[in-house]
Design a protein around this ligand. Structure first.
Ligand code: FE
Ligand code: FE
Ligand code: ZN
Length: 276
């Protein structure tokens, strides 16, 4: 069965997201752990809501769900933003442990002029400061488009971070189809070659989630503007190829396309229909 879902708003709680994704025909979803543009203020955890959600997820055979860190988290920054980022990471990781079958996804960071080598060092150091046990949810580094000074713009940068962390079993990778396409990986005409490269550099055993998005921009544009499925430069044929690829077909696919709920419902139905 295709593991498919989309990004949902967490404002009404976990049980609500669970019921929402079922109504959209999905069996997984992603949510922001807090306001994606801000992020310091948090509501206290509603353990009763989480318990009900865990039961619903079990009953409906949900795949792993994905908690996405806010965009303001930058583990390659310095001073107060660095402290703020590390605190968010620590707090988020503690809070999501109440959920069964959850991954934590984050954007590696932006070096803001310090250079990627320096940025990678900072990311590794902050991860090692916060993650000090093999126990706990898997933390996924997202592949980025390489916009501005973003780190994770190629597989090697992701690998360099993975090489530096102490508790290696805690870490994995999310491949975002829009981002890698914009970063210059031709998943449209040469998916096999891209996956081979991923395997050679990072190892496909580290790949845990696919963010399934079309791209408004062209290969190697380093832009990061998501498009609806089939309405971008990746296109339906390549997207269908991705969900059916033997090396990818069992992973959870999360849509982050510019849609309202009915648009997501249509995309989910379309992808299920084309899953062989
Ligand atoms: Fe993301
Ligand atoms: Fe993404
Ligand atoms: Zn993006």
């Amino acid at each position: 069965m295709l593991k498919i879902g989309c990004h949902l708003s967490s404002s009404k709680g976990y049980l609500n997201m669970g019921e929402e994704i079922i109504s959209l025909g999905g069996n997984t979803f992603q949510f922001f752990t807090r306001n994606p543009q801000g992020g310091s203020k948090l509501k206290p955890l509603d353990l009763e809501d989480i318990k009900k959600f865990n039961e619903l997820a079990k009953e409906h055979n949900f795949a792993y769900i994905v908690a996405h860190a806010p965009y303001t988290m930058n583990l390659a920054s310095k001073d107060s933003i660095m402290e703020f980022s590390k605190n968010m990471l620590k707090e988020d990781l503690e809070r999501i442990t109440y959920l069964n079958n959850v991954y934590y996804n984050f954007h590696p960071g932006s070096h803001i002029g310090a250079g990627s080598i320096e940025g990678i060092k900072k990311i590794v150091n902050s991860l090692n400061e916060i993650v000090q046990t093999d126990e706990g949810p898997l933390i996924l580094l997202e592949t980025m488009a390489g916009k501005g000074s973003e780190i994770g713009r190629n597989f090697q940068e992701i690998k360099d971070i993975l090489d530096g962390v102490n508790y290696k079993s805690r870490f994995g990778v999310t491949l975002d189809t829009c981002h890698v396409f914009d970063a210059g990986y031709d998943i449209k005409t040469n998916l096999d070659k891209v996956l081979q490269e991923f395997d050679n550099i990072i190892g496909l055993d580290k790949l845990k989630v696919i963010h399934l998005n079309d791209s408004l921009n062209t290969l190697n544009s380093h832009k990061d503007r998501h498009a609806k499925i089939g309405l971008g430069n990746i296109g339906n044929e390549a997207i269908i190829n991705i969900i059916n690829h033997p090396l990818l077909r069992n992973l959870p696919f999360i849509l982050e396309t510019p849609n309202d709920l009915s648009g997501y419902k249509q995309e989910i139905a379309f992808l299920k229909e084309h899953y062989k």
